[in-house]
Design a protein around this ligand. Structure first.
Ligand code: HEC
Ligand code: HEC
Ligand code: HEC
Ligand code: HEC
Ligand code: HEC
Length: 327
C-alpha cells in the first residue's frame, strides 16, 4: 500500500514538472519575466475597482474631446490623436489601466511633465504628472479675474471639480494682482507629488491603486517629514479644522455681500439665489473672486493639506478683498 502511494506521489510530481504546476502559476512564470505576476495584477485591479476611476461618467457622453480628454479612458490616452476631430466615444470607458499606462498617460508618467491651464511652464510632478493632467480645475483664474473686473464675464464660472494641482502647486487660485501669496514649498516639491501621498507602497511592495490618501500609511507618507507627530492624523497642527472654520466665515461673508441665501453650482457656473428663490444676476466682482476661491479650497478635499500656506492665504486675502477686514 505504501509503495502504491509513493508511486502516485512520484507520478504526480512528474505531472507537475511537465505541466509547470497549476494554471495560475504558469501565467505567473510567463509574466515574471517582465517583473509582473498575476497576483500583483489581481491585487491592483481589486484596488482600482474600489476607486471612482472605475466609473464611466455618463454626463460627459456625447460632449466631445473637451470632456472625454479627462473623463474617458480612451479619450484621455489618445487625446492628441483625437484633438482635431470631434471625438464622441460610442461607449464611455472609465479611467482604466490603459488610460494611465498607454499613450498620453504613459507619456506623463515617463516625462514627469504636465501642462496645466494656470502655469506657463509645464508642472514637474514626476509620476504624479499623470494625476495633475486631469486634476487641475480646467481653468485659468487670471483670465476669469480680468474678465470679471472688466464686467465682461458671461457667466460666473467655477473651478472644475478635481482642482487639486491648482492648490498643490500654489499657482491655481484666483489671485488679486499686486498681492503676495504665501506658498508651502515642502508639499509642492515632494518627489512624484500626488503619487507619493496617494499611491504609497503596500506591505507587499507595490504601489497601491486605491488612489486614496490613506491614514494607514501615515508613517510612510507624512511621518517621514513630520517626525514629531505622534498621533496619526492628517489634521496636523489643527490645520484642517482651521481651514474649515475659515471656509464657513468666508461663505457667510459672500452671502452677506451678495444678498444670496444659497449658491448652487451646475452647468459650469455659480448661481446665486435670494430668499424668494430668484436668481441674483449682479454679483460684485469681489464677491465673485471670493466665491471662486471658497469653492476651490472646499472642493479640493484636502482642507489645506495640499498646500497649507497657500490655502490659508487664498481664503484670508479673498475675505479681506470682500469685507476690508481680517479673517
Ligand atoms: C483621465 C483623468 C484622470 C487621471 C489621469 C486621474 N484622475 Fe483621479 N479622478 C478623475 C475623475 C473623472 C474622477 C471622478 C470619478 C467619479 O467619482 O466619477 C477622479 C477621482 C479621483 C479621486 C476621488 C476619490 C475617488 O476614488 O473617487 C481621487 C482621490 C483621485 N481621483 C486621485 C487621483 C490620483 C492620485 C491620480 C494619479 C495617480 C489620478 N487621480 C489620475 C480623473 C482622473
Ligand atoms: C482637465 C480635466 C477635465 C476636463 C477637461 C473635464 N473634467 Fe469633469 N472632472 C475632472 C475631474 C478630475 C473630476 C473629478 C474630481 C473629483 O471627484 O475629485 C471631474 C468631475 C466632473 C463631474 C462630477 C462628477 C462626479 O462624479 O461627481 C462632472 C459632472 C463633470 N466633471 C463634468 C464635465 C464635463 C461636462 C466636461 C466637459 C465640458 C468636463 N467635466 C471636462 C476633470 C475634467
Ligand atoms: C502631502 C501629501 C499629498 C500630496 C502631495 C497630494 N495629496 Fe491629495 N490629499 C492628501 C491628503 C492628506 C488628503 C485628505 C484626505 C483626508 O482628509 O481624508 C488629500 C485629498 C485629496 C483629494 C480628495 C479626496 C476625496 O476623497 O475627496 C483628492 C482628489 C486628491 N487629494 C488628489 C490629489 C492630486 C491629484 C494630487 C497631485 C496634484 C495630490 N492629491 C497631492 C495628501 C496629498
Ligand atoms: C490614474 C492612473 C492609473 C491607473 C488608472 C492605473 N495605474 Fe498603475 N500606476 C500608476 C502610476 C502613477 C504608477 C507608478 C509609476 C510607475 O511605476 O509607472 C503605477 C504603477 C503600476 C504598476 C507597478 C507597481 C509597482 O509598484 O511595481 C503596475 C503593475 C500597475 N500600475 C498596474 C495597473 C493596472 C493593472 C491597472 C488597472 C487595474 C492600473 N495600473 C491602473 C497609475 C495608474
Ligand atoms: C517632504 C516632507 C513633507 C512631507 C512628506 C509631508 N509634509 Fe507636511 N509639511 C512639511 C513642512 C516642511 C511643513 C511646514 C512648512 C510649510 O508649510 O511649508 C509642513 C506643513 C504641514 C502642515 C501645516 C501645519 C504645520 O504643522 O505646519 C500640515 C497640516 C501638514 N504639513 C500635513 C501633512 C500631511 C497630512 C502629510 C502626509 C499626507 C504631509 N504633511 C507630508 C513637510 C512635509
Amino acid at each position: 500500500m505504501k509503495k502504491y502511494i509513493a508511486l502516485i506521489m512520484f507520478l504526480l510530481s512528474l505531472l507537475f514538472l511537465i505541466t509547470g504546476c497549476s494554471e495560475k502559476e504558469i501565467s505567473n512564470n510567463e509574466q515574471e519575466e517582465d517583473g509582473l505576476s498575476l497576483d500583483l495584477i489581481e491585487a491592483i485591479s481589486e484596488e482600482w475597482k474600489s476607486s471612482g476611476h472605475q466609473y464611466a461618467v455618463t454626463v460627459t457622453a456625447g460632449r466631445g474631446i473637451n470632456c472625454a480628454r479627462c473623463h474617458d479612458g480612451v479619450g484621455y490616452a489618445e487625446q492628441l490623436a483625437y484633438a482635431d476631430v470631434d471625438f464622441l466615444p460610442e461607449h464611455q470607458a472609465g479611467i482604466d489601466c490603459q488610460a494611465c499606462h498607454t499613450g498620453f498617460g504613459k507619456e506623463r508618467i515617463d516625462t514627469g511633465l504636465a501642462e496645466l491651464p494656470f502655469m506657463s511652464e509645464p508642472f514637474q510632478g514626476g509620476s504624479g504628472a499623470v494625476c495633475a493632467s486631469c486634476h487641475n480645475g480646467n481653468n485659468n483664474p487670471d483670465t476669469l479675474f480680468t474678465q470679471s473686473e472688466a464686467g465682461e464675464l458671461t457667466r460666473y464660472s467655477y473651478p472644475h471639480y478635481g482642482m487639486n494641482s491648482a492648490l498643490l502647486t500654489g499657482q491655481g487660485g484666483m489671485e488679486i494682482p499686486g498681492e503676495e501669496y504665501l506658498v508651502s514649498i515642502a508639499h509642492s516639491t515632494i518627489e512624484d507629488s500626488c503619487v507619493t501621498c496617494h499611491m504609497p507602497v503596500t506591505e507587499e511592495g507595490y504601489k497601491s491603486h486605491t488612489f486614496k490618501a490613506d491614514l494607514k500609511y501615515f508613517d510612510q507618507t507624512c511621518g517621514s517629514c513630520h517626525v514629531d507627530q505622534t498621533e496619526k492624523t492628517f489634521n496636523i497642527g489643527g490645520l484642517q479644522d482651521e481651514i474649515k472654520e475659515k471656509l464657513n466665515k468666508l461663505e457667510k461673508a459672500i452671502l452677506d455681500a451678495t444678498g444670496a441665501v444659497k449658491i448652487e453650482t451646475g452647468g459650469g457656473a455659480f448661481t446665486y439665489y435670494d430668499a424668494q428663490g430668484n436668481v441674483i444676476t449682479d454679483i460684485p466682482h469681489e464677491a465673485y473672486v471670493a466665491t471662486y476661491n471658497w469653492r476651490l479650497v472646499a472642493e479640493d478635499g484636502s482642507f489645506g493639506v495640499h498646500n497649507p500656506l497657500y490655502a490659508k492665504s487664498l481664503l484670508e486675502k479673498s475675505y479681506n478683498y470682500l469685507t476690508g477686514e481680517d479673517l
